[in-house]
Design a binder for this molecule. Structure first.
Ligand code: NAD
Ligand code: MN
Length: 360
């Protein structure tokens, strides 16, 4: 068995955590005789500095040909001011990759870790057992839909975006939400603002239509503001929460507070509904952390758990995903942790401890 992986470190701590993720991926694959063929390339700032573009066409072609794409993180103050012709996807290498691969289903799991309970803002016991999967639509909505721009109107500066989805986009994200819920605890909440916006009225209507095909899933729609409040007050009642590109972005950061650290969170952007193996982009939720880049303090866990998601959703090996998760949890429970989650170990030490648990 052989799989092709494209690995893009990006900027800041991106390449540091990617190296950790690749070591774990190769070790886990080797234990069951799978060969990973890994091709590395530059993305975003690192790519700009060498090639003058945030994502090369050649990199896109390699991504389309690969079984999965691993990404560290992208961005930094050195490149933030650069504006190039084209839509939002041309300003950001990762957004271009997501858009061109059409990886619309963004899975962002956040679970409570008992040993990090004190690092969360919850009163004792309030977040215990929380296991939330936020599903974010990644390729449409207000972050992409035209028209958008900045101009002068009536002698003053004017800026506008468009919140828009067609029914095909809405149906496929809803199907992904119901399939995910069915594979978990069977509860799906859809967040929208159908009370005040047309695009969300259609979002809600299509979700309710798809619900008819999933009588086994407990489905409800919540207004997003109330959903945020409920998530913060009682995270344990949630299983899958789905939202558009913008609301999914906000709600996934909110859900992340149950975990007790940004460096702990993985993500997947899938090019089809979860279930059968499908191509995807796997990356930690955190950014490039310029404040700690090059110091050896980066927490590799978000990246390593993203590798676990890759084995589950793109390589058809949920068993290896569970082994990586188990090895990670065991190493962390032994107190081998980076400073962001209260430890004193380096990226390499944590990675080596997880590799040792994988071998055990
Ligand atoms: P950030 O996630 O990079 O950092 C926020 C804080 O969390 C910092 O204090 C950082 O040190 C800490 N942190 C983040 N990841 C960590 C890890 N693995 N281990 C230890 N500590 C960690 O967010 P930011 O500072 O808002 O953004 C920095 C840059 O990253 C910006 O250019 C932003 O655009 C970019 N960004 C990229 C992505 C992505 O590539 N998916 C996501 C978010 C932000
Ligand atoms: Mn975000």
């Amino acid at each position: 068995m052989q799989h092709d992986i494209l690995a893009l470190g990006g900027d800041g701590i991106g390449p540091e955590v990617l190296a950790a993720g690749l070591a774990v991926a190769e070790r886990a694959a080797a234990t069951v005789g799978i060969k990973l063929t890994i091709r590395q390339d530059l993305l975003h700032g690192a790519c700009w500095d060498v090639h003058g573009t945030f994502c090369r066409d050649e990199t896109l072609r390699a991504a389309m040909a690969a079984d999965a794409v691993l990404v560290g993180a992208v961005g930094g103050p050195r490149w933030d001011h650069i504006r190039v012709p084209g839509g939002p996807e041309m300003q950001d290498g990762l957004m271009r990759l997501r858009k061109e691969l059409d990886s619309y289903a963004g899975l962002r799991p956040a679970r409570h870790w008992p040993f990090l309970a004190e690092r969360t803002p919850f009163a004792p016991g309030r977040a215990e057992g929380s296991d939330i999967m936020v599903l974010r639509e990644m390729c449409g909505g207000v972050m992409f839909a035209p028209p958008r721009g900045q101009e002068t109107r009536n002698g003053q500066r004017y800026a506008f975006d468009t919140a828009a989805y067609d029914e095909t986009e809405l149906r496929r994200i809803a199907v992904a939400g119901f399939e995910l819920a069915r594979s978990r605890r069977g509860i799906l909440v859809s967040a929208d603002k159908a009370n005040v916006m047309e695009s969300y009225k259609l979002w809600r209507a299509v979700a309710q239509e798809v619900a008819e095909d999933y009588p086994d899933v407990a489905f409800s729609s919540l207004y997003a503001d109330n959903c945020a409040y409920q998530l913060a007050m009682d995270p344990t009642r949630f299983d899958v929460v789905m939202g558009c590109n913008l609301l999914g972005d906000l709600l996934s950061d909110l859900a992340a507070i149950v975990a007790g650290g940004l460096g702990m969170l993985p993500s997947a952007c899938l090019c089809g509904p979860p279930g059968e193996p499908v191509r995807g982009i796997y990356e930690p939720v955190h950014g490039t952390a310029p404040d700690i880049a090059g110091t050896g303090k980066a927490n590799p866990v978000g990246m390593i758990l993203s590798v676990a998601m890759m084995f589950e959703h793109s390589l058809g090996r949920p068993d290896l995903a569970r082994r990586i998760e188990g090895a990670t949890e065991t190493a962390l429970c032994k107190g081998i942790r980076t400073p962001d989650i209260g430890g004193r170990e380096t990226t390499t030490a944590v990675t080596n401890a997880i590799l040792a648990e994988l071998a055990a």
